[in-house]
Write a protein that binds this ligand. Structure first.
Ligand SMILES: [Ca+2]
Ligand SMILES: [Ca+2]
Length: 492
């Protein structure tokens, strides 16, 4: 798997060169460009009464999707954002697949849930205690639980692809075939089924559509059920396919055949972080990167189009989910959360392609929540993180966790978008080794190398001028340092 390189290659630079040196291009982090005008703070809506039946919860998780990529998903923006709440400042606490997914399933930072990376021995599925996780807690509370698609990296490679505890229905994508839009294998409630072959591109067997089909049928089967369900629906898009397939097809990720040639992305307004002109303020692994060459910019642009084209079928799947819930009388008792496991660098700070880093492009993720009692069409700037997903779901389900959770429920912020959050968030990574604290105003990063970064995000939202050496900020740094030590549990 290509991602393996991310963590096995030497040094920090490798961790950000996920796709390889060929990439370059401009990606707007774009949320502002996509902002719908006229959506001011919405009125507070009363919370559901305690005696109501417990709701269904669906989490739709894409892979490596940026906030800007929502531009390619008008249905999702309308049906989930327009009918629910958009969180404009949602972060992935360890911005790469396995740790992020383990955080979703545990409600804990990676250094607490043990999954510090994608691969063994420090990361991957074998590090995860799946017997003490969200689906188990929900099942214990009487929920019917369904997972479809990508799970924690290493499912099928580091550990055998058996049905993990806590899931009453299971359609887990088996690594390494997860990274194929065709020719992938799912463990379907204990039986392994392979869909087509990697190159046949049978329109009926496209991974996103097959997973969506399973999800829709699972929802239909639950029409009229008193027992609530929790569904985790994890799509590969817009993540790149395996290295072998990219080489064979000449494409980063294939869209559904019906979307071949579709125009999914406009020209990206380059953010000031794109191809950052002066990187003298940055750590060495950025300082040694060259400016993006013209052919790299072309490759980044092409890749952005391919990635967004692959999201068109996800956008359709979201529409079908909502339609099926409505048709089967379940929409009014269902919360739908849409998010991504991490963002993606596309030329920002001279990194042609990558994630893991604490910068906005990699750490910030889409988060849209629709459901009963939430303010329709509202946006909130509350500072939130993927550590908050499990606490939110547990509150909705009135279920108890088996771990000490690091996050807190998002419902107060979703019900009242004017409510502000001041809690600082931890960002962390094993390779490159860093720990960072994100507050309302500051991003402070400490690398294992001893290097530092400090950004005033009020004045410098694109992270262009690190103030880590500014003598006027000694006290600010000391405060942030103390906060970081507390959040990281006495780490570096
Ligand atoms: Ca990912
Ligand atoms: Ca700079």
């Amino acid at each position: 798997m290509r991602q393996t390189r991310t963590t096995t290659a030497a040094a920090t630079a490798a961790a950000i060169a996920v796709i390889g040196a060929a990439a370059l291009g401009g990606e707007a982090t774009g949320a502002d460009a996509d902002r719908v005008p006229g959506l001011g703070p919405a009125p507070i809506v009363a919370a559901p009464r305690q005696d109501e039946r417990r709701p269904n919860v669906i989490v739709v998780m894409t892979d490596d999707q940026t906030v800007g990529d929502l531009a390619a998903m008008p249905r999702t923006r309308a049906l989930l954002g327009g009918a629910g709440v958009t969180f404009d400042r949602s972060y992935s606490s360890y911005p790469v697949c396995a740790p992020s997914r383990a955080t979703f399933l545990s409600g804990q930072y990676a250094h607490n849930n043990g999954v510090m990376g994608i691969y063994r021995p420090t990361g991957g599925y074998s590090r995860f205690d799946a017997a003490n996780a969200l689906p188990v807690w929900l099942q214990d509370a009487g929920y019917d639980t369904i997972h479809l698609g990508k799970y924690v990296n290493g499912y099928g490679t580091d550990v055998p692809a058996t049905q993990p505890p806590g899931w009453s229905e299971w359609y887990g994508a088996i690594d390494p075939t997860t990274y194929r839009m065709w020719g992938y294998s799912l463990n379907e409630n204990g039986t392994v089924r392979t869909y087509g072959s990697p190159r046949d591109e049978d329109p009926r067997l496209y991974q996103t559509d097959v997973l969506a089909g399973h999800a829709l049928r699972a929802i239909e089967r639950r029409a009229g059920e008193a027992r609530p369900f929790f569904m985790s629906l994890a799509f590969l898009a817009p993540h790149h396919e395996s290295a072998a397939l990219r080489q064979a097809t000449g494409r980063v990720v294939r869209a559904a055949p019906r979307h071949a040639g579709a125009r999914a992305a406009g020209s990206a307004p380059a953010t000031p972080a794109y191809d950052e002109a002066d990187v003298s303020d940055k750590p060495r692994f950025i300082r040694r990167r060259h400016r993006l060459a013209p052919e790299e910019a072309v490759a980044i642009d092409r890749r952005r189009h391919e990635r967004r084209r692959s999201l068109l079928s996800v956008d359709e799947a979201v529409e079908q989910l909502v339609a099926t819930l409505r048709r089967t009388g379940q929409l009014e008792r269902t919360y739908i959360l849409f998010t991504s496991d991490n963002g993606y660098l596309q030329g920002e700070h001279r990194v042609p392609a990558g994630k893991v880093l604490p910068y906005e492009a990699a750490a910030r993720v889409p988060l849209l929540i629709r459901g009963p009692g939430l303010a329709a069409g509202a946006r909130t700037r509350a500072l939130v993180s993927n550590i908050d997903l499990a606490p939110t779901i547990l509150e909705l389900a009135r279920a108890a966790p088996g771990r000490r959770l690091d996050g807190r429920s998002l419902l107060p912020f979703a019900r009242d978008p004017r409510k502000r959050a001041t809690r600082p968030l931890l960002l962390e990574s094993g390779r490159p080794a860093y720990r960072a604290v994100r507050t309302d105003r500051w991003l402070y990063v400490r690398y294992g190398s001893g290097e530092r970064e400090l950004y005033d995000l009020h004045r410098d939202p694109h992270e262009l001028r690190s103030l880590h050496a500014d003598p006027r900020l000694v006290r600010t740094r000391a405060k942030l340092s103390a906060t970081l030590r507390r959040l990281a549990g006495g780490g570096r």
